[in-house]
Design a protein around this ligand. Structure first.
Ligand SMILES: O=P(O)(O)OC[C@H]1O[C@H](OP(=O)(O)O)[C@H](O)[C@@H]1O
Length: 318
């Protein structure tokens, strides 16, 4: 018999899969919210039945998108804190954990923003890729410090999430120049920093982020422009400490080629990887709420926060 997942949880999962809810931190927040909803709405009569429902909800959330580790890290946090022998005890601990997680998430982004802002100077121009709330937290904190910034914003095909970044920066009165992705190298001589977010960070310091990040990082290195990754510690991928690799999400070809044009082009293969891997040697600093790190040393922080194991407590025991 299939276990009931609250309709609101199924809705949140569908929104994550469709990218109506997107961005690693925003996905984490939504996943915590969904687990709290499942806990509150459960009418399970036994502690075992309650746990089964929570595992089912976590499974539906986990299956949405594979690359951003913030999602399983959220599930791990809530399940590690869920404790009790009664339905009420389990419910309360799950709801409390989800709320604590969301509060920490907000605080981490503010703290990270302050640290990232210290790298930016008055009058600097930054280049952005995709839309990252962690990156924008750094920009916002720098503006709050009274620094004037301008931005070159890459549109970030295929979904043009650079437009979201451009809109936010304009709201903050930051002058924005929007460019197509392939123009990035031409504009690198005019910028002081490249700022990117992360969906996952591997133990060797590799940054897994929106497709196009690695090419941008190589060009930035060649031009001598520092590249900073803004990533809260929920982006650290504990599984990579034990040899696992980060799965790169392949998305629908309709994001790349309009279905109406598909027949005209003929029999070709279209691939649409959503993310790529930037090796640590092409990244200057990973800025987290715990300070900034050279990519090669991030494993120390990862070990401190996650220990040596990467348990998956959200999975139902077999
Ligand atoms: O957590 P924040 O910094 O907001 O976003 C982190 C990353 O999440 C996004 O992925 P997608 O748009 O969900 O595919 C982008 O790759 C972005 O850099």
């Amino acid at each position: 018999m299939d276990t009931e997942v609250a309709p609101a949880v199924a809705d949140i999962a569908a929104e994550i899969a469709a990218m109506d809810i997107r961005g690693a931190a925003t996905i984490a927040d939504a996943a915590a919210e969904a687990l709290a909803i499942q806990a509150k709405e459960s009418d399970a009569e036994t502690a075992a039945a309650f746990r089964t429902e929570m595992h089912a909800a976590a499974g539906v959330l986990y299956d949405t998108r594979p690359t951003a580790v913030s999602l399983p890290n959220t599930l791990r946090f809530v399940f590690q804190s869920m404790d009790g022998t009664t339905v009420e005890g389990l419910r309360q601990s799950a709801v409390d954990a989800a709320e604590r997680f969301q509060t920490q998430l907000d605080r981490a982004q503010d703290d990270l923003g302050e640290i990232g802002a210290n790298r930016l100077r008055d009058g600097d121009t930054v280049m952005t890729h995709c839309h990252s709330t962690d990156v924008l937290a750094c920009v916002e904190a720098a503006l709050d410090q009274g620094k004037d910034l301008s931005a070159v914003v890459k549109e970030t095909r295929p979904r043009n999430q650079g437009h979201i970044t451009a809109e936010q920066l304009r709201e903050w009165d930051v002058p924005v120049t929007l460019i197509v992705d392939s123009a990035a190298r031409r504009y690198l001589d005019d910028v002081d920093h490249v700022l990117v977010g992360a969906d996952s960070i591997a133990a060797d310091g590799s940054v897994i982020n929106k497709i196009g990040t690695s090419g941008l990082a190589v060009s930035a290195r060649e031009r001598g422009v520092p590249i900073m990754t803004a990533a809260q510690t929920i982006k650290l991928h504990p599984g990579t400490m034990t040899g696992h690799t980060v799965e790169i999400e392949m998305r629908d070809e309709a994001e790349v080629v309009d279905p109406g044009d598909r027949d005209e082009i003929g029999d070709i293969t279209v691939e649409n990887p959503a993310f790529d891997v930037t090796p640590p040697r092409h990244v200057d600093a990973i800025v987290t709420e715990r300070g900034q790190f050279p990519p090669e040393s991030i494993v120390t922080l990862m070990r401190e926060l996650f220990g040596e194991t990467s348990e998956r407590p959200w999975e139902a025991p077999v």
